[in-house]
Design a protein around this ligand. Sequence first.
Ligand SMILES: Nc1ncnc2c1ncn2[C@@H]1O[C@H](COP(=O)(O)OP(=O)(O)OP(=O)(O)O)[C@@H](O)[C@H]1O
Length: 604
Amino acid sequence: MAFGRRQKDEGPRASLKELLPYLFVRRGLFAGAIVLSLIGAVTSLIQPLFVQEIIARVEQQSPLAWLPLLLVVFVLADALVSGFEHFLLQVIGENVVRGSRRRLVSRMLHLPIIEFDARRTGDLVSRVGSDTTLLRAVLTQGLVEAIGGTLTLVGAVIAMAIIDPMLLGVTVGVVAIAIVAMVVVMPLLSRATRRAQEQVGHLTSALERGISGIRTIRAAGASEQEISEIHSRTDDAYRAGIKVAQISAFVVPVAGLAMQLAFLAVLGLGGLRVASGDLAIAQLVAFLMFLFLMIMPLGQLFGAMSAVSQALGALGRIQEIVRLPSEAEVPAAAAQPSRQTDAAIEFVDVSFAYPEQVVHAKSTTSDEAAAEGAVSPKSVLRNVSFRVPRGSKIALVGPSGAGKSTSFALIERFYEPDTGSIHVDGGDVRSLSHEELRSRIGYVEQDARVLAGTIRDNLRIGRRGATEGDMLDVLERVNLAEIVDRADDGLDTQVGEGGVKLSGGQRQRLAIARALLAAPPILLLDESTSSLDSLNEMRMKEAIDAVAVGRTMLVIAHRLSTVVDSDAIIVLDEGQVCAVGSHDELLETSALYRSIASHQLLTN
Ligand SMILES: Nc1ncnc2c1ncn2[C@@H]1O[C@H](COP(=O)(O)OP(=O)(O)OP(=O)(O)O)[C@@H](O)[C@H]1O
């Protein structure tokens, strides 16, 4: 699958064309800033003309009248306009950051699950947190000023050409050399910035691992090792940052140097021309003022070019995610026709290998795998067929790695089967939208995630509009009412990062409660692998029995005690269904089941 493959080139690139939609999020404000910048250009350009006129009148001893006053008014107006423009640019910059974050997050949370399998969480987080902020610099570091500045530049060049074309020629010569140098440097800056941002991504990933695994790391006495790992990432980010600094350090003096050299050349040559009587003093002063007006926007232009180069580096990382197809946009194989059936869930000859494994096994798409009709040796599921009748409680059991959780992932359409089809209420899951499919099914993952926040927050994910009564009711049904009764804050009790403040059994039951709130007709329950004490195990069994009433349940059981009374038990081994039957039947017919059962009796 194209989205599963990594490009081997230097990394994501972005073009100027892709940057523009981000900058134009607030067109009105953007236009306002440009207008202010143009007004600023006019108020600046007028000043040398006044100065030239004032000097000329002083030389001729004519009255100055209101000229000095007007000059002061223009200077003040210039300052006022530039202050307001600066504020406006900051506001637009914040809008750009917000817009890019929203766009990135909306796409990120809709990506196919395979993308999350392949990527580091910390890296994704740093794209939202850090890369987006570099887009702001494009505006605050002078793009708009450079647009207004261009007017000043053009105006100044025209005025200089009128005053003395020869002096202008010298100035343009010096400036041209600086521009060529800048154009050469910009792509280097863009590349260095992208590398620096990648290093920040690696650093965030390492940090995320250190924080999320803090208990494991502490218990293993590996804190120092982890700290040194993160420090080394920090050093990499530092080195990449210094590279950016080295390249951009070239940008700043080039602008300054061009200005100084041009100034000295004009002063020397201009002085000679004044001495020879070819140029009046007032003209030379005005020329020098125009020279400043010309150089200033050039500095801004260089700053803007540098900021755009850096932004393009960061934008590449943003666009890499934004360009990915969302889960809904990934093409799936054609759906099988609906079938008349009493089955809530049906697997028909389903084979599946995780995409990276398919890539290694040289075919790259589900379609190709289907065309080959081959079950790859890497397949996690092979020709799996089973039925879950409506209203029944069916269990999936089997050794670790048999493919039980993978079957659930396929029902949820986190991945697409390579061959065969999966039907929910008779319809091929590929004929339903992801939302429609998932609205019919409640899914409690193995070692179910409890999200940081309160119990109420966790339950509201199940159903946004759930009332307090609904919530207490489901908590009661999964034997969790006591944790709410005991805590002072009731439903607003904080569960901690990942639910650390709850026991393993409580976490699982809270997850069941959450799924129940949505009242799905079908519930997939991937039992926690963590061992539960007998009281918790009994509570879990009661919870499962309570929620099974009136719905179809497919349970992956790690403890047979919770499913011995199921309508049927499906035994999976190495990706294949090796037996189906009731507990008593399987004890007779399946050696594998017998061994699991006897092992559990021994260990329990
Ligand atoms: N996201 C993934 N990417 C690649 N391979 C995976 C992924 N998830 C699972 N696998 C592989 O697929 C196989 C089946 O895993 P699965 O989680 O379905 O087993 P299981 O029967 O649920 O095991 P357990 O009882 O231990 O939970 C394993 O070999 C596993 O390594």
